[in-house]
Design a protein around this ligand. Structure first.
Ligand SMILES: NC(=O)c1ccc[n+]([C@@H]2O[C@H](COP(=O)([O-])OP(=O)(O)OC[C@H]3O[C@@H](n4cnc5c(N)ncnc54)[C@H](O)[C@@H]3O)[C@@H](O)[C@H]2O)c1
Length: 278
């Protein structure tokens, strides 16, 4: 018996990364899942949908820009038509945004990050909450970050949005608690691929040299060197395990928050960062 048998979940993202891992775990635990991503639905079907259906899982795929109200509403409406209800919403989509200082950034760069990382939470929650409130049941899981709890140099929009995710989570949890709806946040750490991407962007912005191999060795070499690696004001967090952060850990935590094992937990922001303590 799965932990999510008979439940219906919506997972935003899912073409790759944490969201795909979350969608797969929800299906394994017995949920019928609707996934959406900004990529064409054909891509989503090839990467995830058709595989899951072949394995006997129930899934529908949508091409949805989660920062657009009409597209979010259409996706939720179709999910309700197909699966009859919604019990779980995992707001996983997030973009890294620009690597720039505030004085170099355009308003549209700032807004895009907040639109995708914060408006999407508002829009997806607004669309599913009437159903959850009526049935007096719901689980909402929002993806923040370690950067939801500490600064990330040269990335003000991302940090602001991820800190905003925690504020949104706590406040919504207070508002919907009386309706038996839990709202929690997951704060993943960076895996080496994402850290590399961010470090390269920072180096480009600051016009500094970037040696991929050297960065990789330093990142992966935490076992030997337990000092935080400092490059300018850039900090690569280490954890107290040697494992780093993984999509699988984040997905397992999402299952825990989506099922009755965490029935009394709400308004929390939980780290899934390989032992990093934020
Ligand atoms: N990967 C990390 O190292 C890390 C660390 C901390 C927090 N997080 C957070 O975890 C979440 C997932 O991160 P990830 O690294 O797996 O992301 P990712 O970049 O691998 O995947 C994000 C997915 O969202 C989709 N997407 C982007 N904009 C969209 C939009 N407007 N509408 C619909 N879909 C859109 C992309 O196509 C992609 O498939 C994010 O919220 C991120 O901020 C990730």
């Amino acid at each position: 018996m799965g932990k999510l048998d008979g439940k219906v979940a919506i997972v935003t993202g899912a073409a790759r990364g944490h969201s795909q891992a979350v969608a797969r775990r929800f299906v394994e635990e017995g949920a019928a899942v609707a996934i959406c991503d900004i990529v064409p639905v054909k891509v989503l079907e090839e990467r995830v949908g058709s595989q899951i259906r072949r394995q006997g899982g129930q899934i529908i795929c949508f091409q949805t820009d989660v920062s657009k109200e009409d597209q979010v509403n259409a996706m939720v409406k179709e999910t309700l038509k197909k699966f009859g209800t919604v019990d779980i919403l995992a707001n996983v989509v997030g973009i890294a945004g620009p690597t720039k200082d505030v004085w170099d950034m355009t308003l549209s760069e700032w807004k895009l990050t907040l639109d995708v990382n914060l408006d999407s939470l508002f829009l997806c929650c607004k669309a599913v909450l009437p159903v959850m409130i009526e049935k007096r049941y719901g689980k909402i899981i929002n993806f923040s970050s370690g950067t939801g709890k500490q600064p990330l140099s040269h990335r003000t929009p991302y940090a602001t949005s991820k800190m905003g995710v925690i504020g949104f989570t706590r406040t919504l949890a207070a508002d919907v608690g009386p309706y038996n709806i839990n709202v929690n946040a997951i704060c993943p750490g960076e895996h080496s691929g994402r850290s590399m991407e961010l470090a390269r962007g920072r180096a480009e912005y600051l016009n500094e040299p970037f040696d991929e191999e050297e960065f990789f060795q330093r990142y992966e070499g935490r076992r030997r060197d337990r000092q935080s690696v400092l490059a300018g004001r850039w900090r690569v967090d280490e954890g107290f395990t040697d494992k780093g952060s993984s999509s699988e850990d984040a997905a397992s935590l999402a299952v825990f928050l989506a099922c009755e094992d965490s029935a009394s937990m709400t308004g929390q922001d939980i780290n899934a960062g390989g032992g990093v303590m934020w």
